[in-house]
Design a protein around this ligand. Structure first.
Ligand code: ADP
Ligand code: MG
Length: 350
């Protein structure tokens, strides 16, 4: 869960040649094979207990790196000008665009979460993300924009301006919108990685991209894996709370206001933006962690809860019977937790 790096955009292509698994002992004298790299502006980590026989470690590493490269610069990146998403963002209004099945799948999920959240989660938030300085636009600085600029950007925001036709694989915008999938693509990439590893017969793994996790089986000598929630402070990673996967196949994602933000006149402006008023959220929810079946959905919902704020987030989590761990800033400098019963289960190990 611990995020190792701040969001950056950099090319990982030169790293590809050097990617390989290294092993360490994970308990009971058994090896864990680990692969690390960079994708989607952040780091990734793959830990595998049972390496498959049918494929060499080199080929496995190359496949993983190819898959992530395709998902990042090939499809979902707004930093890569030739990605499918960047091409769609430049595409004309009302002109059909043939999309990949992965793009359609992610947009349909984004649509579902937009509806579920009453518009708090909205991937057409891109013009606002860029305006507040959190997007790929060079020369846009992290500073509070004028209300007139916010209004202009808000005019280009709204999921209803995006039409998805799964049967014909077409997507179409009815206004000059700009789609930003940063709150869902990392999670989706972890799901795809998991699907690939399931396919080659790996049964015990721990996968992570920028803090979004998929966990299956257990590590050697244990009943599961032991992920950690980090303290929501921008002071390097510190463990706030560990939990136990207990052998379950789980997806976990977290969002917070403490990594990607700027401050002006004593006010913190973070990269979670409320598409309903065009402004970064300013409540006392510091971080939201979510367990779900798919990492893509957990990722989108973690952002959703952050945008909704303490009360509405707790209400939605309850309605969904979701395993959530929310960390609030308390009146006196520290933190307070809200832990749903479903999450409570993963705090114990027996
Ligand atoms: P992280 O990237 O650290 O995991 P999130 O998953 O919460 O954090 O994603 C935050 C990113 O999502 C922002 O940088 C922005 O690009 C995008 N975003 C911000 N607000 C929203 C929103 N209301 N709905 C959808 N995406 C959003
Ligand atoms: Mg996320």
């Amino acid at each position: 869960m611990i995020e190792l790096l701040k969001r950056h955009s950099f090319s990982a292509t030169f790293l590809v040649l050097f990617l390989s698994f290294v092993f360490f002992f994970g308990g009971d004298g058994e090896e864990i094979q680990q692969l690390n790299g960079f994708t989607m502006g952040t780091s990734y980590q793959v830990q595998i207990v049972d390496m498959p026989d049918a494929i060499s470690a080199e080929d496995l590493a190359a496949d993983i790196s190819d898959l992530l490269g395709e998902l990042d610069t090939g499809i979902f990146s707004t930093y890569a000008s030739n990605s499918e998403l960047s091409r769609f963002n430049r595409h004309g209004v009302n002109v059909p665009f043939i999309a990949s099945s992965r793009m359609i799948e992610v947009l349909l999920l984004a649509q579902e979460v937009a509806a579920l959240s009453g518009g708090a989660f909205d991937v057409t938030v891109g013009p606002l993300v860029n305006l507040w300085g959190f997007g790929p636009d060079l020369g846009v600085f992290e500073t509070v924009p004028r209300q007139s600029q916010i209004d202009t950007a808000l005019n280009r925001v709204g999921f209803q301006y995006l039409r998805i036709s799964p049967s014909s694989q077409e997507i179409r915008k009815t206004r000059d919108i700009y789609v930003d999938l940063s709150a869902i693509a990392k999670g989706y990439a972890v799901d795809q990685l998991a699907e690939y590893l399931d396919g080659v017969g790996v049964d015990n793994y721990f996968l992570e991209i920028g803090g979004e996790l998929k966990i299956k089986g257990s590590k050697p000598g244990a009943d599961g894996w032991v992920p950690a929630i980090e303290t929501p402070l921008d002071e390097g990673s510190q463990v706030y709370q560990i939990f136990y996967s207990r052998g379950d196949n789980i997806a976990v994602a977290g969002s917070g206001d403490y990594r990607n933000y700027f401050e002006e006149d004593g006010q913190r402006y973070s990269h979670e933006i409320d598409p309903r008023n065009g402004r970064p959220v300013t409540h006392r929810l510091a971080a939201a962690y979510v367990i779900d079946d798919s990492v893509a959905r957990a990722d989108a919902l973690a952002t959703t809860y952050m945008v909704l704020g303490p009360e509405a987030a707790a209400a939605l989590a309850e309605r969904q019977n979701q395993a959530v761990y929310f960390i609030y800033k308390s009146e006196s400098d520290g933190f307070e937790d809200f832990i749903s019963d479903e999450f409570e289960y993963y705090l114990g190990n027996n």
